[in-house]
Design a protein around this ligand. Structure first.
Ligand SMILES: NC(=O)c1ccc[n+]([C@@H]2O[C@H](COP(=O)([O-])OP(=O)(O)OC[C@H]3O[C@@H](n4cnc5c(N)ncnc54)[C@H](O)[C@@H]3O)[C@@H](O)[C@H]2O)c1
Length: 393
């Protein structure tokens, strides 16, 4: 690379897209002291972002969490023209999740900025490599995947495309650290770490429900009360919204060349088709209309433990396989699941605690019962059990 690509506190940060993620990331950068330019091609969205940031920062000032909302607002510019991004040294794109639109925007913005500007995408599910390929200098492109809401969630996945100049990774991690966040490194593979490893939390819960082994309320009860998760899978899917959660599952499934492990469900697809998107539409798996009595769980501990063990074994298998395939280090896998989706424990330490042979036995029993590829245990789990090893961080 001819010119040094650098990002530090003085870097003017550009954000493309002023929606939920763009405005949140803009807030994080401005609170960390950067001048921030937020560009959106929809002025209504820009106005909304400005008003909402003003109100959020005012509340933070009231609570004494920041000294001056006005000072931070003063660092933020809201621009309806892409040309306003020209002076930026780092640009984070957070627009609509469509590859062709993202590629066009990356090509357009690259022509505006200096040769040393770093270009990042906040995509949840698209290939960073294919976005980078839209640029003349793909070495300056990477993924910086924040979680929603960006100001509150500690995790950022740093994803190099295969073309990315690896020198940038240390800088990106340092910058994310300076923004008060924790960076983990993920290979450019579908769902990166969190959106891949977390899939069974939803899909295995739905599978248990579809088979009639337990109802939603019982599965949610088991996963929270016995499993220690903050929300049960059905409550969480309703909270995320089926338009978002189903689409991530479908994208991951398609991107993995239809690996049955990631197969979406008809139950969730039908909710989407009906417009039962979850909390935001008043109905999803649960009905949130006023006065509706919520289903009560069957609080049988034995049944609850079977549910938790099955979903947990599938989650552990996914984490183990991601380690086996070098998607991320063991330590980053643990950090990602505890900080990105607030799991009570890292999945690999959970596996060590439960016993690798116990987890393998659960998976093998499921495989024997169903004869479905979905339940195949990761090679690393089998190998470690044979060698009497544990996961090391
Ligand atoms: N919402 C989440 O939970 C979440 C979490 C992590 C990552 N992401 C990713 O972040 C990105 C944005 O998601 P979001 O939830 O903030 O979306 P959003 O719909 O809230 O906001 C997208 C914004 O981009 C603007 N936009 C669309 N096309 C544009 C273009 N060509 N040029 C300029 N602006 C354009 C829209 O006007 C809108 O304001 C997506 O890639 C998504 O996958 C979302």
């Amino acid at each position: 690379m001819d010119k040094e690509l650098k990002m530090d506190q003085n870097t003017i940060t550009g954000i493309i897209g002023s929606g939920a993620m763009g405005s949140g990331i803009g807030q994080v950068a401005a609170m960390a002291g950067h001048k921030v330019v937020i560009y959106d091609n929809n002025t209504a969205s820009l106005d909304k972002a400005k008003a909402s940031l003003q109100s959020t920062l005012a509340k933070l000032e009231e609570k004494g969490k920041i000294v001056s909302a006005a000072e931070i607002m003063g660092r933020l510019t809201f621009a309806p023209e892409i040309g306003a991004l020209a002076p930026c040294g780092l640009i984070i794109e957070a627009i609509v999740e469509r590859l062709e639109v993202k590629k066009a925007v990356f090509a357009e913005v690259e022509a505006l900025v200096s040769d040393t500007c770093i270009l990042a995408s906040n995509t949840s599910s698209l290939s960073i490599t294919s976005i980078a390929a839209a640029c003349k200098n793909p070495a300056r492109v990477m993924g910086l995947h924040f979680f929603n809401p960006a100001p509150l969630m500690a995790l950022v996945e740093v994803i190099p495309a295969i073309q990315t100049d690896l020198v940038l990774l240390a800088e990106a991690k340092a910058l994310i650290g300076a923004w008060g966040k924790t960076a983990v490194l993920a290979k450019d593979t579908p769902g990166f770490i969190v959106n891949r490893v977390a899939r069974p939390f939803y899909s295995e819960a739905i599978r248990i429900y579809e088979e009639g082994i337990a109802d939603m309320a019982t599965i949610d009860w088991a996963m929270t009360t016995i499993g220690g998760f903050r929300m049960g899978p059905f409550t969480l899917m309703d909270y995320i919204g089926h338009d978002v959660n189903y689409v991530v599952t479908e994208t991951v499934f398609t991107s993995f060349f239809f690996d049955p492990r990631y197969k979406p469900s008809f139950s969730q697809k039908r909710l989407l088709e009906a417009g039962w998107l979850g909390r935001k539409s008043g109905r999803g798996f649960y009905n949130y209309a006023e006065g509706v009595t919520q289903p009560q769980p069957d609080t049988d501990d034995y049944k609850g433990k079977i549910i938790v063990d099955r979903i947990l074994a599938m989650l552990i298998n996914e984490a183990a396989d991601a380690l086996y395939l070098n998607v991320a280090s063991a330590a980053d896998l643990e950090t990602a699941m505890t900080k990105g989706v607030n799991y009570p424990k890292g999945l690999l330490s959970w596996c060590n605690e439960a016993g690798l042979s116990t987890c393998l036995a659960t998976l093998d029993a499921l495989y024997d019962q169903y004869h479905e590829d979905r339940y195949r245990a990761s090679v690393i789990l089998r190998k470690y059990v044979a060698e009497n090893k544990e996961f090391i961080f």
